[in-house]
Design a protein around this ligand. Sequence first.
Ligand code: KIV
Ligand code: ZN
Length: 506
Amino acid sequence: MSDRLYIFDTTLRDGEQSPGATMNQNEKIRLARELESLGVDIMEAGFPAASQGDFEAVRKIAQTIKHSQVAGLCRAMAADIDRCWDAIKDAEHPRIHTFLATSPVHMEYKLRKTPEQVLEMTEAAVKHAAKYTSNIEFSAEDASRSDWDFLAKVAETAINAGATTINIPDTVGYAQPQEFGDMVRHVIENASNSHKAVFSVHCHNDLGLAVANTLAAINAGARQAEVTISGIGERAGNAALEELIMALRTRADYYGIDTNVKSEQLFPTCRLLSMIIGQPIPANKAIVGANAFAHESGIHQDGMLKNRETYEIMTPESVGREKTDIILGKHSGRNAIKGKTTELGYPLEDDELQIVFEAVKRLADKKEKVYDADIEAIILEEVYRIPDKYRLVHLSVQSSDVGVPPSAAVVMEINGIRREHTTFGAGPIDAVFKTISQIVGRSPKLKRYSVNAITSGGDAQGEVTVRLEENGCSSVGRGSDPDIIAASARAFLNALNRLDKMNSEG
Ligand code: KIV
Ligand code: ZN
């Protein structure tokens, strides 16, 4: 059995199904590039039959990515498979990933098919995909609640029809590690042609076991793991790529399995995703959370000073933390900024570069040191963001004074038309949100508000994330600025712009 594990990243597909994690096309392409340089073997770019937007994004990613394989997801139906192939056919290494449910509950209630019909559909779908490519993955949806012998039969049928990867998903996060490992081993041992395919697992985190189940399956012979950055995904998410990689690396003595992933790029990739989807990384998140390498207790600090290995099983550097390169300031020229944005993996057009150049100058007036993370935040907000209907022009806030409640004066543009208004609030941020809501004539509910520092130091940029809800729709907005009130206004407007876009797309 090979001791190499293929990493199949599905952040752009299953990850994007996570509430509030929608990305625009530019953001998806940027993330796809980052995944490629991180070293993932396969990236699932989307579900082309789901919508025209998904189709276009998958197509663009397929045309952009050169080294990783690019997979498109499709149901086990000819029309879906055709659409998928259309989207991925320009990729250097395209993969069709087709799926069909195999558990009794899914077959009976969702598909209304008998097990025999499911076997026939499996064969027909894989044979249809094989007209386009030999790189075919078949997933048995809800495998972990399926009959083990039936699953082995499905795998055998798919391999005979031409599938080269068989994926065994724990779709509802129901499996337990030992049991899941036994099940994977059973399928590998009982599908007579299993040596002709790579076995894969795809674990959801409903019981917090996604990474544990993935590791158990690897021990049982799986050689592809489907994961997402920071574990985002449907419901409680998927197995987190960074956790799996660092478990395999830190315990190489136990697993003896290699991947192509560059662990030093884990933190920058998680940070990029967090900035794109506007969801902060929780402080206690394994590997990449702010506290993951922080030692608070006196006994731990003492031990660390004597020998880091007392309380540190991996170094922050090994996952790409601690990189605080000061790069630009007031006097940096256009060339320096162009060099930096290219080095960070953002090849910008001249007009985009000009936008970043001006934003860096404005930021350098407010804060002394401009870091890589600041530049990334600028690019994501000023260049990659969907064209805004609502735009902030000016903001002035009066904090509370004796007997006078806080107030905000906001000047905005709505589709290029200038509007202004002032109002009071319970606090300065409440005043800003109320003023903006009154200008735009909407009344979204604020469901979440959080502030994070993008970089370190007293003049760090604050990154504010808000979640708004209006008429059953919800959206996440992100804004950054050294002044957190200004960052809050930007985040609120970003969320409003996303809500507006959702409403106009129906
Ligand atoms: O969770 C799941 O079963 C999936 C499949 C489509 C692979 O996402
Ligand atoms: Zn899934």
